[in-house]
Design a protein around this ligand. Sequence first.
Ligand SMILES: NC(=O)c1ccc[n+]([C@@H]2O[C@H](COP(=O)([O-])OP(=O)(O)OC[C@H]3O[C@@H](n4cnc5c(N)ncnc54)[C@H](OP(=O)(O)O)[C@@H]3O)[C@@H](O)[C@H]2O)c1
Length: 186
Amino acid sequence: MGKVILGMTMSLDGFIHDRSGSVDALYPDFNTLITTEPMRDAIENTGAVVMGRNAFAMAKDPDFYAGNYEFQVPIFVLTHTVPQRRPKETEQLTFTFVTDGIQSAITQAKVAAGHKDVTVIGGASTAQQCLNVGLADELDIDIMPVLLCGGLRLFDAIGTDQIQLERRKVLALPGGRTHFRFGIVK
Ligand SMILES: NC(=O)c1ccc[n+]([C@@H]2O[C@H](COP(=O)([O-])OP(=O)(O)OC[C@H]3O[C@@H](n4cnc5c(N)ncnc54)[C@H](OP(=O)(O)O)[C@@H]3O)[C@@H](O)[C@H]2O)c1
C-alpha cells in the first residue's frame, strides 16, 4: 500500500493563493517545475489524486484534466454536490465525486492507487481535513520566495494538537523554489 502525500506550493509566509485567489506568483516556473526530480517522482509514484471542489474548479474547463493534467490517474473530488455533467474522462483518468467525507475519499483513492501513492493536491480545506484526522503520511511542500501578505493559508484550521514532523528531503530547485519533504510522525 502506498502513502498519502499532501503536495502543495506556498509562499514563504504560508499562503497557497493570493488575496485575489491567484496562484500565479507561486507557479511562475510551471514549465520548469514539471521537469524537476520531485515532480517527476510524484507523477511516477501517484496512483490516485484527491482534491477539493475548489481545487477542481481551478481548471476553468473541467474537460481540461483528461489528457492534459500532469496526473493522468483516477481523481477523487471531495464535494457536497455532484456536477450534473460528468467531465471528460479517459481509461487512465476518471472522476469520482465523493460526498461522504475525506475519510471516504482517501479510502477510495487508496483502493484505486493500489501499491502507488495517493496525492492530495489541495486545496487548504481538503489538506487540513486530512491532517486533522491523521490521514496524511507525508507533506511535499514547495516554498516560493515571495511574501503574499494575504490570501488563503495552508495551515490554518489544523486543530490544537501539535503535529510532529520529520524532515526527509530538502532540494533547491530552479526558479527560487525550495522543495521540502516531511514525514508525519504518528
Ligand atoms: N498553491 C497550491 O499548490 C495550490 C494547490 C491546489 C489549490 N490551491 C488553491 O486552493 C484553493 C482551494 O482551496 P480551498 O480550501 O478553498 O478548497 P478545497 O479544499 O479545494 O475545496 C473545498 C470544497 O470542497 C468541498 N468539501 C470540502 N470538504 C468536504 C467534505 N468533508 N464533504 C463534502 N465536500 C467537501 C466543498 O465544496 P462544495 O460544498 O462546493 O461541494 C468545499 O467548499 C484553490 O482555489 C487554489 O487557489 C493552491
